[in-house]
Design a protein around this ligand. Sequence first.
Ligand code: ZN
Ligand code: ZN
Length: 361
Amino acid sequence: MSVWAQRADRLAALVEEQRVDLLLVSNLLNVRYLTGFSGTNGAVLIGPARRAFLTDFRYLERAQRQIGDYDVVRGRDDLLEQVAELVRDWDAARVGFDDTYLTVRAHAKLAGHLTDAAELVPASGLVERLRVVKSDDEIAAIRRAAELADDVYRWLISDFGLVGHTEREVAVAMELRARELGADRLSFEPIVAAADNGALPHAEPRADVQIPRDTLVVVDYGVVTDSYCSDCTRTFATGDIDAEARECYELVRSAQVAALEAVRAGAELRAVDAVARDPIAAAGRGEQFGHGLGHGVGLEVHEGPRLAPTAEGTLAAGNVVTVEPGVYVPGRFGVRIEDLTVVGPEGPEVLTSIPKDLTVV
Ligand code: ZN
Ligand code: ZN
C-alpha cells in the first residue's frame, strides 16, 4: 500500500470519528501531505468510502499521472463549485471543513453552491493530528535538513566568523551557504542577534550594527530540503564575556540537556517543559524565559506537538520536537540553545550535532 493510501485511510478513520460524511482539505500543505501534490491550486475531499483530488487544468495531467489513490477531478479557479457537485453526487449531509484555513469568503461561496441537504461543519486539525507522528521517510528528510544546517554552522564557526560583520551580513551569508549546499530555502527568516538584540527572542538581524567582540550572539535558523524543515539555535561568544553572561549560558545549557533527557514517548508535554523551566525559575530567572520549551517540526517549522506549561497531552514515538530553553536579560544579552530531536521508542535521537559548550567565534 502506498504512503498516500495509508495516510488517506488514517484520515478517513478520523473523519468518521468526527461524525461528518466528508472532509474538505483546502490547506495546500495538508493537501501535499496527503497526495504529494506540490502545485498552487488543489483540494482533497475525503470520506470513509470516497476520496477525490481537485485541481485546475494547469495541473490536471500531472495529477492524473501522479495521484493514484484519489479520483482526480477538474475544477475551475477556486474549485468550490466542483466540491459542491461532489458533495451532491456522493449524497453527503455533513461536510467538514477546516475553519483554521478556509476563509470566510470561501465558506460563504461554498455554502452558496451547496443544496439545503448539506451542512458545513467545522472540523479543524485532523490532518495535523496525522502529521505529528512522522514516518521513517519523513524523519530521514528532517535528518538530512538538520545535517545540512549543521554543515552551515560549522562553516560559520570555522570560516565566516561573526566579529566585524553586521548581523544581516551573517544571516545573508548563511542563507547563501545553505543554498550552495543544496537547501531548497530557509525554513524561516534567520535570527542573528548580538548583545542587547539577543534579548529579543524574535530579533531581526540589523543591517547597521557590526557584531562586536566580547559579547553573546544568538543564531537561530533552519533549512528546508525535500519539503521538510530543520530548526537549530546556538549562542556563541565573540571573546570574553562577563560572569552573568557565563552563568546564564551554563543555566540554559544544563536545563536544555536535562529536558532532552526527558523527551520520550509517553512523557507529559508540560512535564518536559517543566524539566527545563524549573531550574531556570529556581535561579530567579523564570521571568526571563518567556516562551514555551519547544515545538514540533515537519512540513512546517512550527507544528504540533507543543512543549509548554499549558500544553495538554503526551509525546508519542515518531514526534519530532525542538528543545529550546532561553534566558533573555533585557538591554544586555540573550541565550538560547535549541536542538531538534526525534521521540524514539527508547528515548530521544538528537538530530543536531553542533557542540553546546560555549564556543568563541
Ligand atoms: Zn529555532
Ligand atoms: Zn524553534
